[in-house]
Design a protein around this ligand. Structure first.
Ligand SMILES: *Cc1c(COP(=O)(O)O)cnc(C)c1O
Ligand SMILES: [Zn+2]
Length: 462
């Protein structure tokens, strides 16, 4: 057996395939695949703290990738093929104001907005494009709510591949669309939403032999494991109690779970953090199904329950609808892997309202960390879980800020500056009202006296 292979997640099937194969799903049973390793053949350090060394003797680019410095934990990648755009130089920051807001003593924010394309997706694309190079792919494609396409387009430009993007028309935030266009990817605006675009891209990739980089691609999730290595590194490899992450297509939560139970099974960490996955109430599939009792159950998942849920969505013509556009997904492709991560880490799931999300976003920004709405679901979800007593007030918690503030500036400007009437007109469908946390701009005449009066009036209020 090779060091790395692909393996079906369905334990009844358990089929394995070489890493040279391009498989969007198990050809035998249709379930998702994992990249799996024969760890006996991998050289690993004796303790986790020795993972992630910055100095690698081989090729210079390894030194600038926050993904590939953890290459030991992703031993599918041949050294010379490692794709990178300098991703993963992100940071874990203590956030005392946000901690107060959610009722915790110790809260940290992992700022993945610092990636070159502005979201955590770059971690995953480093993995997927490495595999794409290894199998000689020339054309890559993805469906996207925006960030996957921005990241894919940047990597495609960097590696000289052609990129094709499937986006539901009318929904994408301009920051993200601007990146896709500027990086030169072919951008198809499909009449429909993300779930429609996801269905079509899978069909097109199959028919045209195009390499798919959505998170059904198990090599992408390998790259996303490194977000958790960096979080643990940020805590000096002391294990936090909770990791809280927004849930859309559920690739991140799945990758985080895999990162933890691999380290745990290898004896490199003594316990695993618990994972909390946060949906928006406007796209609550995971939350609804888990609340109704859906479980990984050792791999025997109740498919009938999932099928009935999706049929219900179709019958009611129910579409995902949230200001957190990056998680506006009703048919998460990694549902089962996420259920597995939840089971193995004793995780939990919640849904929060768009008002809770957008208010949390304003608090995060007061730490000097700007994120897009979806990212703030992690903090809003933490607040809800603390209030319910599920997260202990003494717990050590890291929330993942998945994407940068400038991805969706319209939402931020509207929140801070719009009148109730204008907010209703643009964002009424998400049930958002003006907030006491808004930082309103101050209109003032071009007149020294009036400007000084405005500044003094503000100072007197504080
Ligand atoms: C893609 C994305 C998510 C959702 O992550 P999944 O892995 O699909 O659950 C959340 N936030 C941002 C900013 C994203 O770009
Ligand atoms: Zn299978």
């Amino acid at each position: 057996m090779e060091v790395a292979y692909q393996k079906c997640i369905n334990p009844v099937c358990g089929a394995t395939f070489g890493i040279e194969e391009i498989l969007p799903a198990c050809p035998k049973c249709g379930e998702l695949l994992d990249v799996t390793y024969d760890w006996d053949k991998v050289e690993l350090p004796a303790k986790a703290a020795d993972l992630g060394a910055f100095t690698k003797p081989s090729g210079g680019f390894c030194r600038v990738s926050g993904v590939w410095r953890f290459g030991q934990m992703m031993p599918f990648a041949s050294e010379g093929k490692r794709a990178t755009i300098g991703e993963g130089h992100t940071q874990l920051r203590p956030a005392p104001r946000v901690a107060d807001y959610v009722g915790l003593k110790n809260l940290h924010l992992q700022y993945e907005g610092l990636n070159p394309s502005g979201s955590f997706k770059d971690n995953g694309m480093a993995g997927a494009f490495t595999h794409a190079k290894m199998v000689g792919a020339k054309v890559v494609a993805c469906a996207s709510t925006g960030n996957t396409s921005a990241s894919m387009a940047a990597f495609a430009a960097n590696t000289g591949m052609a990129g094709i993007i499937f986006i539901g028309d009318g929904k994408v935030a301009y920051g993200k669309l601007s990146q896709a266009l500027d990086y030169g990817a072919m951008t198809l605006l499909i009449k429909g939403d993300f779930d429609d675009a996801m269905a079509r891209v899978q069909e097109v990739c199959k028919s045209e032999g195009i390499y798919l980089v959505n998170s059904v691609n198990p090599f992408r999730l390998e790259g996303q494991k490194t977000i958790m290595y960096r979080v643990l590194e940020g805590f000096d490899w002391n294990i936090p109690d909770w990791i809280v992450v927004p849930g859309g297509n559920l690739g991140n939560s799945s990758a985080f779970g895999k990162a933890f139970y691999e380290l745990y099974d290898l004896g490199l960490i003594a316990k695993m953090p618990r994972i909390a996955v946060i949906n928006s109430e406007g796209a609550p599939t995971l939350n609804n199904l888990v609340r109704s009792g859906l479980k990984w159950n050792g791999g025997t998942v109740d498919d009938a329950m999932i099928g009935a849920y999706y049929r219900g969505l179709d019958e009611r013509n129910e579409r995902a609808n949230t200001i957190a556009s990056a998680i506006e997904i009703n048919r998460p492709v990694n549902l089962k892997k996420c259920l597995r991560a939840i089971e193995k880490t004793e995780g939990v799931v919640r849904a929060v309202s768009d008002q809770q999300i957008i208010d949390a976003k304003a608090w995060i920004a007061r730490e000097g960390l700007g994120c897009e709405p979806a990212s703030a679901a992690s903090v809003a979800g933490t607040k809800a879980l603390v209030e319910e007593g599920i997260i202990d007030r003494d717990a050590t918690v890291a929330c993942i800020l998945t994407g940068h503030q400038l991805k969706d500036p319209h939402a931020t400007v509207a929140y801070h500056s719009y009148s109730e009437e204008d907010l209703k007109a643009d964002y009424g469908q998400y049930g958002i009202s003006t907030s006491e946390y808004a930082n309103k701009p101050v209109p003032v005449a071009n007149d020294l006296g009036q400007i000084i009066d405005a500044i003094r009036a503000k100072a007197a209020k504080n």
